[in-house]
Design a protein around this ligand. Structure first.
Ligand SMILES: Nc1ncnc2c1ncn2[C@@H]1O[C@H](COP(=O)(O)OP(=O)(O)OP(=O)(O)O)[C@@H](O)[C@H]1O
Ligand SMILES: [Mg+2]
Length: 224
């Protein structure tokens, strides 16, 4: 079976400073559809960089990132836009909800951008799935942090993405809200068949994954 996401000896060098800095070095990974994988390691080891490459938000300096067997570097601008809007969902540490839109509008936004019909219906369905249908008309500032993160999961899942990338999704949550969010991420793989890649410092978050990739200074130290 073709992995949903594959990294082949991926290296990344940032060149915006005085000296080029290599932050990922020959990282290789293959993630099967419907699996949950955690990337763990201390601050600065390259977790966010890896997620950005995996979501085709950025490109490797060496090696290849393949989504369903296609290298992201080979895609046209239009194909990249379509990929990011239709196939990939992102969940961030600071939720990134738009403050002037209602909860429902926030969840619907990716569908609007992708020009899909049935937006409100599907957005309501996903809100129901994260247990927040009753907050559809609320504004983000009226929600708790845990609720905001559940809304952002609903938004990330609204277009049924193949790949769900979550960067420190429980970093700003208390344990109970964090547990709810983790359960939803795991269920995203089970229910929606999403391939989930999660970057985290938290041992609890890493524990929901089928595999843990330990990064150290941009290299894979071990996978367990
Ligand atoms: N756009 C950029 N330009 C230059 N250097 C960068 C850029 N983004 C990240 N870096 C550097 O690359 C290294 C890895 O950063 P990255 O954000 O991937 O780490 P991380 O593992 O996500 O850390 P944290 O746990 O703190 O979120 C760091 O040294 C960082 O300073
Ligand atoms: Mg990070």
């Amino acid at each position: 079976m073709t992995p949903r996401l594959e990294l082949r000896r991926v290296s990344k060098t940032y060149r915006n400073g005085a000296q080029p800095v290599e932050v990922l070095h020959e990282v290789s990974l293959a993630l099967a559809p419907g699996t949950v994988t955690a990337v763990v390691g201390r601050s600065g080891c390259g977790k966010t960089t890896l997620l950005n490459l995996a979501g085709a938000m950025d490109f490797p300096s060496g090696g290849e990132v393949l989504i369903d067997g296609r290298p992201t570097s080979s895609l046209s601008e239009a194909e990249l836009t379509a990929l990011r809007r239709r196939r990939v969902g992102f969940v961030f540490q600071f939720f990134q909800l738009l403050p002037t839109l209602t909860v429902l509008e926030n969840v619907e936004l990716p569908l609007l951008l992708a020009g899909r019909a049935r937006g409100p219906e599907q957005a309501r369905d996903r809100l129901g799935w994260v247990g927040l249908e009753h907050k559809a008309g609320s504004m983000p500032y009226q929600l708790s942090g845990g609720e905001m993160q559940r809304v952002s999961i609903a938004r990330a899942l609204v277009h049924s993405p193949d790949l769900l990338l979550a960067d420190e999704p429980t970093g700003n949550l208390d344990t109970a809200s964090g547990d709810q969010v983790l359960a939803l991420l795991r269920a995203s793989a089970e229910r929606f068949g999403a391939t989930v890649l999660l970057a985290t410092h938290s041992a609890e978050a890493a524990a929901i994954a089928g595999a843990r990739v330990h990064l150290r200074d941009g290299r894979i130290e071990r996978i367990e």
